[in-house]
Design a protein around this ligand. Sequence first.
Ligand code: ZN
Length: 371
Amino acid sequence: MSSYNLGFPGKIIFGDGVADYLPGELPPVARVLLAVGRHAATSGLAARLERLLKNFRLITFCGVPAEAPLSAVDDIIRQGRTKKVSAVVAAGGGSVIDAAKAAAGLIPLDGETADYFYSRKTIPGKGLFFAALPTTAGTGAEATPNAVLTDPETEIKKSLRHPALLADLAIIDPELTYSCPDQLTAHSGFDALTQAIESYLSRKANTVSGALAARAVPLIFNALPKACADPANRQARRELAEGSMITALAFAQSGLGAVHGLAHPLGSKLHVAHGLCCAILLPLILRRNQAVCSAALDELAAACGCADGSGFIGRIEQLGKTLGIPGNFRKFGFSPEIFPFVLKNCRSGSMNSNPRRFEDAEILEILETLL
Ligand SMILES: [Zn+2]
């Protein structure tokens, strides 16, 4: 693509220990709402951030359920409006960051999250100052202008998107990921790998997103098995955190692909973690995409030390097996009754960015193989 419009977080700080820079980077005399996940509350991270922010008037919001339900965003918004906060800081996985990101955008407005999620109201522009500190290496939520949210009533999972939702500050401190549980490291790492590959192959890729994704794919591909084999391997975890960040900067520009198009309705309906959904779908979708993007896949393969695109897909499949990723959704109660829901809800922006179009009949064929 020869013309493009790039959007990145206002400031990005990366490195071991850089979480300590947080207070110096916030606007002065702000009343801050700190949103943290449950793990941050028990691991001591929440207490550490509260100490760092001791000179600010601080409200701590703890515990956003997985897949960021609209009600969690409403809870943060209510606190923010009542206490008149002027900045939001999120420290956690993708759900925490996305819920807090949406809240930072909506606190100064009226109405509830569902109004904006279902486009009954539109976001007019910039909300509150927003800072994100990821504690997993995978989602990239710290660098994207969208919040992936779920409505448990309708089981719809999709993005609330607006350029103004981009974080003012993204602090990626790999040390925050060192206590991440093994399974979460594997699943979020697979999410990052999927996002990097889908960004590279995207129909909406541009020169900048392509350069970023080309660097991120081998970084994650090499670091993920090492970080999972030895959780104490800090070098691998640092590379995973850096690869995830670079990936997010890429796919925020390029969009994703059919893995993400299908992962959202499947994950929402079957209650399967997002990264795990991506890991199950990735080799399958790559094989179906291969005919239209074999040169690009060969480029990624070469960067990862594989002979060709087919060898690359095979290595990804093998990595999934090593990390305990099943080959289908059978054990999650997947059945043909769910097919119409997936079909109806998979036609997102991600599906449109996929290098080739999947007709409904082919999607049904794919779903059949996942039973
Ligand atoms: Zn993802």
